[in-house]
Design a protein around this ligand. Sequence first.
Ligand SMILES: CSCCC(=O)C(=O)COP(=O)(O)O
Ligand SMILES: [Mg+2]
Length: 228
Amino acid sequence: MIRAIVTDIEGTTTDIRFVHQVLFPYARERLETFIRTQQGESDVAAALEALRAEIDQPQASVDVLIEKLYAFMDGDVKSTALKVLQGIIWRSGYENGDFRGHLYPDVTPQLKVWHQQNLRLCVYSSGSVDAQKLLFGYSDEGDLTPLFSHYFDTRVGAKRETEPYQNIAGQLLLPGEEILFLSDIRQELDAARLAGWHTCQLIRDDADALSDHPQVNRFDQIALETFL
Ligand SMILES: CSCCC(=O)C(=O)COP(=O)(O)O
Ligand SMILES: [Mg+2]
């Protein structure tokens, strides 16, 4: 019996175009000025130290770090440090009303149904936990953060590896067979299944439909009783 649903964001709850055409450019345009002016702030300084550790260059200058961050953005590298910095930059965009978190129209009604049914709802995204809370807190549908009990990002591990799914199950105090993972990416679903989780692939727009995971186009097509 499914007791917790863990959802990905990009391509699952949210249009990839919102992430790649709105969020990523917003952070990219502001990144260099932001780092140069805010590097003394404790959260930014901590992220820059984390980046030095990620690239194994403890003495790296701010210029080197900025260059590395641009390379990561170019390659859509899911660097934890980059994701933390992007999340900090996005806050002003949400707070100023420059954009709101996109959600496919089928997502919020189904999350509310599952919440009513006392299922635990969680997020696992490469975006930082703060960025996840911003997206759902300033969403097209209002503040949805009360629906979620847990948020996980790459600090628990990379989404295409199995260990993070084992860690998340441990934190939820649930066996894998009581957790359903929703994602558009086959390799993430493969990793979750290896941890014993149930899986369901969201096929939105032109997503990769080649997988042996159960597939749906919308959240309201997810029938929990079929995950035995
Ligand atoms: C929290 S919204 C930004 C998502 C993001 O930065 C990203 O890289 C997409 O990751 P996901 O794991 O949701 O596909
Ligand atoms: Mg995704």
